[in-house]
Design a protein around this ligand. Sequence first.
Ligand SMILES: [Zn+2]
Length: 135
Amino acid sequence: MLQYRGTTQATLTQGGAVYNPDDLDLNTASVEELRKAYAFYHRAALYGAGQFKVKAHLEWVNPKTPIEWVKAIKSITITCERCKGTGEYSWGGTINGRPVHAGACYRCSGTGRQTMCDFRRNRGYDNHSVRRAFA
Ligand SMILES: [Zn+2]
């Protein structure tokens, strides 16, 4: 029996509640809270977009203050790599130029662009599927 020890437990705080900075008011938050929120979003962006796209996005936005850094990392969007920006995922062969099997891309929820919301949903789904596979 295989035992899976993944990163799912790392996102849990000591009380067992999952850390979620979405409700954090950026204008009244302290610098420590902003740093913690930035670290959370940065980790999700690294998972979804990769270090090079994250670095390029941050250089393009060029944030200065801690609030700007949090807003910059939350605003990252990339072209979906699963469906190559079409919003439609297809598998199997093609007959007369039409794919045999096709449907909406779950990775970007059919938009062709992945946002921070998609990164976090995809990471949650991936962790769930790994845990299900090793259960
Ligand atoms: Zn997609």
